[in-house]
Design a protein around this ligand. Structure first.
Ligand code: NAD
Ligand code: LMR
Length: 332
């Protein structure tokens, strides 16, 4: 029997990530090739005409799984009945912009959209915040939507996770699909800690630790980390626009694994509400290694943490605490 359609909201759908993301969702890349979807697309009035253009293209593409399109500038209409909300709407960082500039513009959007989701989304709606500052926008959304379970509000660090996999694959000249279990700890910002201490590569002789194969701790503890931390800025410098296709693809990976589960023996990175695991302060949205099953994520527990990792994990937690304070000062 055919499945009931799932309603997926994309905010900022007329923007560049939105333009890459909505066809991926309509093709089944996010929720699977047998899952019909109804797309809800929200943008602001100045982008209404462009949004209508995206709606027209979705119709023209004749996606078999796409059972309906809602394209609107009305946040209540956009949020009504949605099962999944991908929050991309906001203002991207441009070359030379300060974090504070992005912060003040975006946290107020997330405060006001929190109540629309709380009041009009389907029960148990899963939320993924992509717009920057992603962790702090997700935290503000959580705090101003108190009736949405905190486990349902997450932010995107899967792009950083995928970037880390990509760097290891390039360095070792192996398939990216053979590399697994890197970890992004902390903030989706240049303070994030990309950790390869538990990462492995599938080889003909079995799974081998990344450190054993790379044989260059100076690179793994230095150049590798900064490359992943700075990749967003490098893309902005090269394209004069922030990353879009990789962000959209990673958002699909995040929701797909959350809903359909992670493969046995594999974890992924997700920004989730901290419960104090790994001595990360509770009350932050912090990126952890997680496994997913039955539509729920669970932080991977018990990984040994060395001294260098501890320092880097604490540093990014400190930045998130500062961002939280800054966000509240922008809202007051
Ligand atoms: P963009 O400017 O091309 O698109 C953003 C869209 O949001 C625009 O169409 C804009 O009109 C719309 N918008 C603005 N305010 C809105 C509101 N209140 N409600 C609904 N829509 C609204 O930007 P983009 O390149 O698509 O990036 C979107 C966001 O994603 C940025 O904040 C960017 O920094 C962030 N980003 C995050 C990651 C990540 O990994 N977490 C990666 C790349 C980009
Ligand atoms: C990215 O990681 O590509 C985005 O978050 C853009 C940015 O501002 O770094």
């Amino acid at each position: 029997m055919a499945k009931e359609p799932v309603r997926v909201l994309v905010t900022g759908a007329a923007g560049q990530i939105g333009y890459a993301l909505v066809p991926m969702i309509a093709r089944g890349i996010m929720l699977g090739p047998d899952q019909p979807v109804i797309l809800h697309m929200l943008d602001i009035p100045p982008a209404a005409e462009a949004l209508n253009g995206v709606r027209m293209e979705l119709i023209d593409a004749a996606f078999p799984l796409l059972k309906g399109v809602v394209a609107t500038t009305d946040v209540v209409e956009a949020c009504t009945g949605v099962n999944i909300a991908v929050m991309v709407g906001g203002f991207p960082r441009k070359e030379g912009m300060e974090r504070k500039d992005v912060m003040s513009k975006n946290v107020s959007i997330y405060k006001s959209q929190a109540s629309a989701l709380e009041n009009y989304a389907a029960a148990n709606c899963k939320v993924l915040v992509v717009a920057n500052p992603a962790n702090t926008n997700a935290l503000i959304l959580k705090e101003f939507a108190p009736s949405i379970p905190e486990k349902n509000i997450t932010c995107l660090t899967r792009l950083d996770h995928n970037r880390a996999l990509g760097q290891i694959s390039e360095r070792l000249n192996v398939q990216v699909s053979d590399v697994k279990n890197v970890i992004i700890w902390g903030n989706h910002s240049s303070s994030q800690y990309p950790d390869v201490n538990h990462a492995t590569v599938k080889t003909p002789a079995g799974e081998k630790p990344v450190r054993e194969l790379v044989k260059d701790d100076a690179w793994l503890n230095g150049g590798f980390i900064t490359t992943v931390q700075q990749r967003g800025a490098a893309i902005i410098k090269a394209r004069k626009l922030s990353s879009a296709l990789s962000a959209a693809s990673s958002a699909c990976d995040h929701i797909r694994d959350w809903v359909l589960g992670t493969p046995e023996g594999t974890w992924v990175s997700m920004g989730v509400y901290s419960d104090g695991s790994y001595n990360v302060p509770a009350g932050l949205i912090y990126s952890f290694p997680v496994t997913c099953s039955g539509g729920e994520w669970k932080i991977v527990q018990g990984l040994p943490i060395d001294e260098l990792s501890r320092k880097k994990m604490d540093l990014t937690a400190e930045e998130l605490s500062e961002e939280k304070a800054l966000a509240y000062s922008c809202l007051s």
